[in-house]
Write a protein that binds this ligand. Structure first.
Ligand SMILES: [Zn+2]
Length: 335
């Protein structure tokens, strides 16, 4: 019910903005005009997109799942951050940063027991050639959780779809940009965030994304677009490849561009909604006033937070197609 009301609101918001852009300000991209003027961009974009390899996506997911658990309080969290940093470095990034921060969470939930810990964000950067202070950011959280009878997040929480899939999308895009020696117009940040799962429940400290946003505000730089992937690998067999475009109020320009590029370059069928924007890293960027979009599978994975969130239950072809949207948004905006 809530969802159908949101669809209608979404359509009312999106439709008038698309194709007849009166009243919608498209500050920098002005995409309809640009794509007509820049003949050749089409083939360049196609050329980049075809490099996305679902075998690579699978291998990144496997690498993350192989940690057995990525629960934020498990002892291996620094090892995971180091593994991610090494992945970016293996693609040729020489400016990878692991940013540490502390928070405290009540765990087990409702136990009255508070656990304080160091947490880690991982950042890799492609510096902008025209303005490096303007940032396009692709983010995904790498921690995960498991719950229910017989589960123990300290020992097992595979989180293949939630959210190795989102991190894998970032890694594959980062790999191709480096391989092509792409020099973006503005800076592109690839962020793997820690401690997302309890993002609004900390007794002290904040989530990885919340920390990043408050630190970033002091840099004097600006974020032109934040793209968040959280669960982009579940699509039941035989179903149309639909993807939730979790649209943030005030970010119509990004939503509009995502629709345009998705329709032009991918087989994904977008579904406009806003029902999960408070439950992912994107939330803090949106709240800080940055143009933001969050992509999430349309059929919410029934294995989320269970021991069945494994690669065997993911649809890698669908994940590859979903990855294209983030890729083309970054490429198109920064060519
Ligand atoms: Zn998630």
């Amino acid at each position: 019910m809530v969802r159908s009301i949101l669809i209608i609101i979404g359509i009312l918001i999106i439709l008038p903005a698309f194709g007849q852009a009166e009243g919608i300000e498209i500050s920098d991209s002005n995409f309809v005009r640009r794509i007509n003027e820049e003949t050749g961009l089409d083939s360049i974009i196609q050329n980049y997109l075809q490099e996305i390899d679902s075998n690579n996506i699978r291998s990144y997911m496997q690498g993350l799942v192989d940690f057995k658990t990525r629960f934020m309080l498990a002892d291996n969290r620094k090892d995971i951050a180091l593994w991610l940093a090494e992945k970016f470095e293996s693609f040729g990034y020489d400016n990878v940063v692991i940013d540490s921060f502390q928070n405290a969470i009540e765990f087990p939930l409702n136990s009255g027991e508070y656990k304080k810990s160091w947490q880690y964000n991982v950042k890799a950067v492609l510096p902008g050639r025209v303005d490096s202070n303007k940032v396009y950011l692709l983010g995904a959280h790498y921690d995960c959780f498991i719950m229910g009878p017989g589960t123990d997040p300290y020992t097992y929480a595979p989180g293949a779809n939630n959210n190795a899939s989102g991190v894998a999308a970032s890694l594959e895009i980062a790999r191709i940009f480096k391989q092509k020696n792409f020099r973006p117009k503005y800076s592109i940040y690839f962020m793997a965030f820690g401690s997302e799962e309890f993002m609004t429940m900390f007794k002290e400290g904040r989530s990885g994304s919340d920390n990043f946003v408050s630190d970033f505000a002091r840099t004097g730089k600006t974020i032109a677009m934040m793209i968040d992937n959280n669960q982009i690998a579940y699509s039941p067999k035989g179903e149309e490849w639909r993807l939730d475009f979790q649209n943030c109020p005030g970010s119509a320009e990004v939503t509009e561009l995502a629709h345009y590029l998705c329709g032009r370059y991918t087989k994904i069928v977008p579904y406009d909604t806003s029902d999960h924007i408070n439950y992912t890293d994107a939330y803090f960027f949106w709240k800080a006033g940055y143009p933001t979009i969050f992509f999430e599978e349309f059929h919410f994975c029934p294995y989320t937070f269970t021991d069945k969130d494994i690669i065997g239950n993911c649809n890698l072809s669908y994940c590859r197609e979903a990855t294209k949207i983030s890729f083309v948004l970054l490429l198109y905006s920064n060519y």
